[in-house]
Design a protein around this ligand. Structure first.
Ligand code: ZN
Length: 127
């Protein structure tokens, strides 16, 4: 299952960030999903809610930003937004286009819940 492996990778990354900041959990996770990366955002959200159980991302809100497809035409040098199933230049109709955006799956940001402990002095962050 494609989405599960992706979610596990995402959660590992989030846990890594959380540990580096001595956080007790992740509160919110923002990801960008390109229209061509082969992932259904709804499926990703469903899988995430299962995969996060028992991790530092358990209880975190997942915000998915869908990213459209953008291409650049090397013939007429035009950059345009196109549909994922129509990768042709909007001006000259050329199909030997370069993909500028749309294939990515990115962890954009993580909001952390930090450990609150006013008695002990806070240890400096490991990173
Ligand atoms: Zn063109």
């Amino acid at each position: 299952m494609h989405e599960l492996a992706i979610c596990q990778g995402l959660i590992r990354e989030v846990e890594c960030v959380a540990r580096a900041h001595h956080a007790r959990a992740a509160a919110k996770i923002c990801v960008s999903v390109g229209a061509l990366c082969g992932i259904d955002p709804q499926q990703l959200a469903r899988t995430f809610s299962i995969a996060r159980a028992g991790t530092l991302a358990d209880g975190a809100e997942l915000e998915i930003e869908s990213v459209g497809v953008r291409i650049r035409c090397p013939v007429c040098d035009l950059e345009s937004e196109v549909a994922p199933n129509a990768l042709v230049c909007a001006r000259c109709g050329g199909w030997r286009v370069q993909l500028v955006r749309g294939e990515e799956l990115l962890l954009r940001s993580v909001e952390l819940e930090l450990e609150v402990n006013e008695q002990a002095p806070r240890a400096p962050a490991a990173c």
